[in-house]
Design a protein around this ligand. Structure first.
Ligand SMILES: *Cc1c(COP(=O)(O)O)cnc(C)c1O
Length: 392
């Protein structure tokens, strides 16, 4: 099901052009915007000067890529993306290291995921390595927008939308692929660094056989009303449950740290069973935990003798409450490109709260993962070629 096609062809359409980075044209903006002070940045608000745009039609395939001034796009009101939500996207970040080099974090994972999302929405396939080389080109052009303060970066949002202008309820054979960039700060500006979650099971984000494991716009809009209810009740995000089973928190993957009888720690996250978005950060946490336990790359401020055992297994509210009652639930945290790693200190469910005191944790894994990932992302801690320079 996750097979990528990546040859720029639609079923039944032979040899149309794929994305060709050598055909890129760049039109720079006459008036560059002033860059706001980093501390005023709110996530997703400020856009840079330029965007990358490529269009697909079944006769000609992918058009010559264009980098041009950021601005509105004009679409037929009957477009598939408006009527039937044929929209797939990605979220990745570019960081500027102390050497001034812009870098992307494990971008191949985002590209592979976008191929899968696009395939699931029956949108035209594309060569994601060609797209990645164009994203690097755009990031280099927008380099002055990448904030250098710790915790700041340039958020990159590749998006594909179906642009077939017909109400016929079927696949869009036309599409627009664009990439926009937004300078962004730490997820929690000033406010509390702690996330509180409200467990919700009367509405569901994802279900077996659904689209939860793809980054499709259809998965997000229906979550806003439950989120509004949760925030009214004083929680910062929804913890999406399937019955008793924990899936994800907001648009973040969820982890629980549980103390074992032998004093080592179990690191538990739900398995990729189709209801979980396969996060790049989630996989990176798993990889870093394994590298620690194998003694290869110990995590900062965690004793090397403290073993971490990763379990991708079902996690239920019943177990979470039991471990908490037994004093074994040490930490819970959420991960994703935007938040990186965020401590969860309160989980509401069935009228009661599980409350965790982050300050009581001697060797915080939340802090260790956040510190290590941030260092890898800016390029100060080289690890497994995860940090990829934009300069060729
Ligand atoms: C994007 C996303 C994540 C996090 O994925 P990353 O690749 O780590 O950014 C987790 N859950 C959902 C639902 C998401 O959309």
């Amino acid at each position: 099901m996750w097979k990528s096609v990546g040859n720029g062809t639609l079923e039944g359409v032979s040899s149309v052009s794929d994305i060709d980075p050598s055909k890129l044209t760049i039109t720079t903006s006459d008036t560059l915007k002033p860059i706001p002070p980093s501390e005023t940045l709110q996530f997703g608000v400020t856009k840079t000067d330029h965007m990358l745009v490529i269009s697909f039609d079944p006769e000609n395939g992918w058009s010559a890529p264009e980098i041009k001034p950021y601005g509105p796009i004009s679409l037929d009101p009957a477009s598939s993306c408006f009527q039937y939500a044929t929209n797939a996207f990605e979220g990745m970040k570019a960081y500027l290291g102390p050497d001034g080099e812009p870098r992307l974090f494990r971008p191949n994972m985002n590209m592979a995921r976008m191929e899968r999302s696009v395939e699931r929405a029956a949108l035209p396939s594309f060569n994601s390595q060609a797209l990645l080389s164009l994203i690097k080109r755009l990031v280099l052009l927008e380099r002055r927008w990448i904030p250098t303060e710790p915790g700041y970066s340039l958020y990159v949002r590749p998006t594909m939308i179906g642009t077939r202008s017909s109400l016929g309820v079927s696949a869009s054979d036309q599409a627009l692929l664009y990439v926009i960039c937004l300078p962004t700060g730490p997820f929690f500006l000033g406010a509390s660094k702690e996330i509180s979650l409200l467990g919700v099971s009367d509405t569901v984000r994802a279900w077996p056989g659904g689209t939860g494991c793809f980054k499709l716009a259809v998965n997000y809009g229906p979550g806003f009303q439950p989120l509004r209810e949760a925030t009214k009740r004083g929680y910062s995000q929804v913890l999406w449950l399937l019955g008793d089973k924990i899936t994800e928190a907001g648009a973040m993957n969820f982890f629980a740290v549980v103390e074992r009888d032998d004093g080592d720690l179990d690191l538990i996250t739900p398995p990729l069973d189709g209801t979980i978005l396969p996060g790049v950060t989630r996989q990176s946490i798993i990889d870093l935990a394994n590298a620690h336990t194998e003694g290869k790359t110990p995590l900062p401020n965690i004793p090397p003798s403290q073993k971490l055992y990763v379990h991708e297994q079902d996690l239920t509210m019943t177990y979470l409450k039991r471990w908490h009652d037994q004093g074994k639930l040490i930490e819970t945290f959420c991960v994703g490109t935007a938040v990186i790693v965020g401590s969860v200190t309160k989980i509401g469910h069935d009228g009661k709260d599980i409350v965790l005191d982050a300050s009581k944790v001697k060797h915080s894994l939340t802090d260790a993962f956040l510190e290590r990932l941030s260092a890898i992302q800016v390029g100060t801690f080289p690890f497994e070629n995860w940090s990829v320079p934009c300069n060729p």
